[in-house]
Design a protein around this ligand. Structure first.
Ligand SMILES: Cc1cc2nc3c(=O)[nH]c(=O)nc-3n(C[C@H](O)[C@H](O)[C@H](O)COP(=O)(O)OP(=O)(O)OC[C@H]3O[C@@H](n4cnc5c(N)ncnc54)[C@H](O)[C@@H]3O)c2cc1C
Length: 333
């Protein structure tokens, strides 16, 4: 987990897209891969042997450094999946214990702190908001997206702009977007992207311990009191504190809790239900890549990837959202 800042994030396409500049090699940050086959068997092997490389975001501020910054809110029904859509055989779908309405004030707060740009357009499936619009105006739009809008109009979809956690102007002590053409998967060199690092960590006075991997938590009277971590050199350390916040992404957070067994928590922490780590719900992403001639890209190069359209459709007659984010960016070489 390294500490990068704006000066670290150059737009070296070869290094980032082809040489995994921000993706540590698996032999340096080892993990085990369980591969599930259709016959129902798991094969377990050392990640280094897999040839895969997906360990991105292992840096201060996490994957939000590399995100494209499409900043969707969940829909009220996303919190009530079981009540809204029913059970799925073999799965364990449950309603969340909190509602969209309870979370809404925090969505609003986060949009302000992170610096979200866009324009709220009325739509019958749009989630309710306590504020009429996003804190910052829309980013510039790429000419090519007008083709997309036209095609959608023909299909009777409603194109609405997607909120972006990218500042369209200088604000919050950060520079606005300068439309570099390299956004998602790249770190932001202006500070416009509202990563957890640029928007929060870089501004706070806390001491950040980098290159430290937590492997176990410990508790006293039901509260976490210690975390143990390894340094890059493999040396063990311990931190004692009154309050801990565990935010190592969904899988690693669950893994750490399961790995933190003690007399108080024989099945791992936060696992009185026995359900910890058993249910994972994904956002399904379908990617279509379109190759455009350099003449067209040139025409709109200064405004890459800064318009995305969301389409809320009635396909499922439930108000389920189909979102299509149009990204204009250069990939690979
Ligand atoms: C290329 C890319 C594009 C994306 N685009 C979008 C987008 O447009 N919109 C969107 O909503 N989402 C996007 N995402 C996803 C989004 O970035 C993540 O969902 C989000 O950052 C998850 O936040 P998190 O805090 O849960 O985890 P992370 O951001 O991954 O942070 C976890 C942190 O914990 C650290 N960590 C992990 N294990 C340990 C350990 N054992 N000890 C110590 N530290 C540990 C990691 O180093 C990291 O800093 C994108 C992600 C990527 C990689």
């Amino acid at each position: 987990m390294q500490l990068y800042d704006e000066s670290s994030f150059n737009k070296d396409e070869l290094a980032v897209s082809s040489r995994d500049m921000f993706t540590p090699p698996l032999n340096e940050q080892r993990h085990i891969i369980n591969e599930y086959s259709q016959s129902g068997k798991f094969t377990r092997y050392d990640g280094e042997k897999s040839g895969w490389n997906f360990w991105n975001g292992s840096m201060v501020g996490g994957s939000s450094n590399l995100m494209s910054g499409y900043f969707h809110r969940m829909k009220p029904k996303d919190f009530k999946l079981r009540s809204a859509y029913g059970e799925i055989k073999g799965a364990n779908v449950v309603d969340w214990c909190i509602s969209y309405e309870e979370l809404e004030p925090y969505y609003d707060k986060v949009e302000k702190v992170v610096g979200v740009s866009g324009k709220i357009v009325k739509h019958k499936f749009a989630e309710p908001r306590s504020t009429p619009d996003l804190p910052y105006p829309m980013l510039e739009t790429n000419e090519v997206t007008s083709w997309f809008d036209e095609a959608c109009a023909k299909l009777k979809f409603t194109a609405i702009p997607t909120p972006r956690a990218v500042l369209s102007q200088n604000a919050l002590g950060r520079d606005g977007c300068y439309y570099s053409n390299f956004c998602g998967s790249y770190g932001c060199s202006s500070g416009a992207k509202g990563s957890a690092r640029a928007a929060l960590l870089q501004k706070c006075k806390a001491k950040v311990i980098t290159d430290a991997f937590v492997y176990k938590l410990d508790s006293k009277k039901g509260k976490v009191t210690k975390v143990y971590y390894y340094t890059k050199m493999g040396i063990k350390h311990v931190v004692n504190a009154k309050i801990f916040v565990l935010s190592a992404q969904a899988i690693e957070s669950s893994r750490l809790l399961l790995n933190s067994k003690n007399r108080e928590f024989p099945n791992g922490m936060a696992n009185s239900s026995g359900e910890l780590g058993k249910t994972l719900s994904f956002l399904l992403v379908v990617v279509a890549v379109v190759a455009l001639s350099s003449r067209i890209l040139q025409k709109s190069s200064k405004k890459h990837s800064c318009k995305q359209d969301s389409f809320l459709t009635e396909v499922f007659k439930t108000g389920m959202t189909i979102r299509m984010d149009v990204v204009f960016t250069r990939v690979g070489l």
